[in-house]
Design a binder for this molecule. Structure first.
Ligand code: UDP
Length: 240
């Protein structure tokens, strides 16, 4: 009989920073290839994978807004366009190793990618295709973490897997406090009350309201992405 895994459909969030690695360039192709290989392995097991990509490796709206008269909305639209660049790079990498992949953007760029259509995204997943959601929520003043929580709820994925450059969530900032300890489990309440920097409040609240567990894990450790997708113990699990 077919082995069963903890999750049937997952939403993997890959931040822009994670894609950059320690490269001077914006994207490290070794990292996109590592993501592609691990995602390939789990889709072969029948687990459905949707991905939300960030754009912080190229442009982060909040840090540009205000400079040279750039208003926040314009800055954020540039940030959303940055996520599309990452999405197309990741799609090309996945398809180079034979994973059928579709990019759907939150605002129309029809020559480049499909527009976001929930039912169509779900259909792609059911057919074993990977769907990459780009351009965040399509709205300024939001983040791609919020887009991850939103898309996860919309497509009935069971978990947000947040791939980062750290091992998980600590009870204090490990950069300032050498005694800070990595947490295996946290509640939404812990994250919100202690202001642990996991995701912004809009994103974590959306997860809490929809009972979406969040796993925060290190994507730089080989095997971790596949482990997280298969529901094996990795990083920090946030839930009730
Ligand atoms: N952004 C936005 N609305 C969204 C998602 C993203 O305006 O729904 C913009 C925002 O300027 C953000 C940038 O896109 O700074 C890149 O996304 P984010 O910072 O979330 O990427 P990450 O931190 O994951 O690399």
């Amino acid at each position: 009989s077919k082995p069963s895994y903890r999750w049937r459909r997952v939403l993997l969030k890959v931040s822009g920073e994670a894609l950059a690695g320690d490269q001077a360039q914006n994207i490290d192709p070794k990292i996109t290839m590592a993501i592609a290989r691990e995602v390939a392995a789990v889709t072969r097991l029948g687990i459905e994978v949707a991905i939300v990509v960030g754009g912080g490796n190229i442009f982060r709206g909040s840090s540009w807004a205000g400079s040279s008269g750039l208003d926040r909305s314009s800055a954020d639209y540039i940030g959303m366009l940055a996520t599309v660049m990452n999405a197309i790079f990741l799609q090309a990498t996945m398809e180079s190793i034979g994973i059928p992949t579709r990019v759907q953007t939150a605002f129309r760029m029809s020559e480049v990618a499909e527009p976001y259509i929930r039912r169509r995204a779900v259909r792609h997943l059911e057919k074993g295709r990977v769907v990459i959601f780009a351009a965040g929520t399509g709205n300024p003043f939001f983040t791609t973490d919020t887009a991850a929580a939103l898309r996860c709820a919309e497509i009935n994925a069971e978990v947000v897997l947040k791939a980062t450059n750290v091992d998980g969530v600590y009870d204090d900032n490990p950069r300032h406090n050498p005694d800070a300890r990595l947490q295996d489990n946290l509640t939404y309440h812990d994250v919100i009350a202690k202001e642990l920097s996991v995701m912004d409040l809009t994103a974590i609240t959306l997860c809490q309201e929809n009972n979406i567990p969040v796993v925060v894990f290190n994507l730089n450790k080989p095997g971790n992405i596949a482990k997280a997708i298969k529901g094996e113990r990795v990083g920090t699990l946030i839930g009730d």
